[in-house]
Each structure stands twice: as C-alpha cells, then as structure tokens.
Write a protein that binds this ligand. Structure first.
Ligand code: ZN
Length: 201
C-alpha cells in the first residue's frame, strides 16, 4: 500500500502540472487568456485566484498598485500578480461563462463555471462595475458581447444612413423630374407658343 502511494506521488511529480487541469493559457483577442481544454460543467470550481494577501491598514501594502489586485473587502486584497496565479490570465466579459466566488472570511477567491464550457472556449468572468468604469469603459470593452453589440449598432447605423441616402436620392430625382418638366414647359412656351396653344385647343 505504501509503495503504491509512492508510485502515485512519483507519477504526479513527473507529469506536467497542467496535464490534469481543464485549462491552458493561450492567445486571445486582447493578449493572453485562459482557455478550456476539457469540457467544464456548470458549477465546477475551475481555478483559484491566489497571491499574497494585502492588508489596507499596512501602508506598504496599501501602496501596491497593479491590475491584478482582487479586493476581498475594505481591508483585504489579493495581489494576484504572482506568476503562478494562472487565474490572472482570465479576461473580463460582460456576458461571462464563469464567476468569481469570493470568500472574504477565508480570504480566498475561486473562479467557478456558471455555464457549461466547451474545450477551446475562453474562460471569462465579470470583473465588476468598479473595474469596468476605471479600466474598460475609457478604452471600450473588447469582450465578445460588447463587440457584437457594437457590430449590431454599426450595422443599424449603416442601414439607417443608407435609408436616409435613398430617401434623399428619391427626393432629388423627383425634384429633378419636376425641374425638367417645368423647364420643358417653359422652353415649349417660349419657343413654340403658338403650337402649344393650338395643341391645347
Ligand atoms: Zn464587454
């Protein structure tokens, strides 16, 4: 029994750490992201967001500033900028397939699937309103949901301007026809007053 345990330990230490994890770091639209390599069922805890715990009451801690800070509450923050914290690669989405399960008392954060995730899907969660306002709104959110919304708006704007243009063209055409008609009449009147008069009579 002891030896089989040892074998298992050996196998685990030989195997690359990522092999049994359902995700990998990969290239995303905005840089790097975390992608599913196996189906992940809704409700599954995917990965822990971890790093040194910062205490806002300690001035040196309070001064630390990077974009991987995860605030647990008014006092405690996780500094997720450490290399081993692969969860830091997870990008924001306004329509995510995962969420952050924040446990302030344990000072832990887990990322959990809120939908079934397929291999190849990028894993996303909503970073929250504060982050969105501070970092994403100024540059425009690049998540799929926002890109789709923008695309739709652009298409609608294009359709609307095409409609306006068509209307203007029709109007111009009508006006043109009218002008030509008026001109013709005038010309006719000027050059062949008699003829017009006779034709009418
Ligand atoms: Zn978005």
């Amino acid at each position: 029994m002891g030896s089989s345990c040892l074998v298992r330990v050996l196998i685990f230490s030989i195997m690359p750490a990522t092999s049994n994890k359902p995700y990998r770091v990969g290239r995303s639209k905005t840089g790097l992201g975390l992608f599913a390599t196996k189906p992940i069922k809704k409700g599954t805890r995917i990965i822990r967001y971890f790093g040194p715990i910062l205490d806002s009451r300690i001035p040196e801690h309070d001064e630390i500033e990077n974009k991987y800070l995860f605030e647990l509450n008014g006092r405690w923050t996780i500094d997720g900028s450490v290399r081993k914290n692969l969860a830091r690669y997870i990008n924001h989405s306004c329509r995510p397939n995962a969420e952050s399960d924040v446990r302030p008392r344990e000072r832990k954060v887990f990322i959990r699937a809120i939908r079934n995730i397929e291999p190849g899907d990028e894993i996303n969660y909503d970073y929250g309103t504060d982050y969105f306002k501070a970092y994403l709104k100024p540059i425009g959110c690049k998540c799929d949901s926002c890109e789709k919304k923008r695309k739709k708006l652009r298409a609608e704007a294009r359709a609307e301007s095409a409609k306006v243009k068509a209307r203007a063209e029709r109007k111009a055409q009508k006006a043109g026809a009218k002008t030509t008609a008026t001109k013709k009449k005038k010309l006719n009147g000027k050059h062949f007053p008699g003829k017009v008069g006779r034709a009418k009579a």
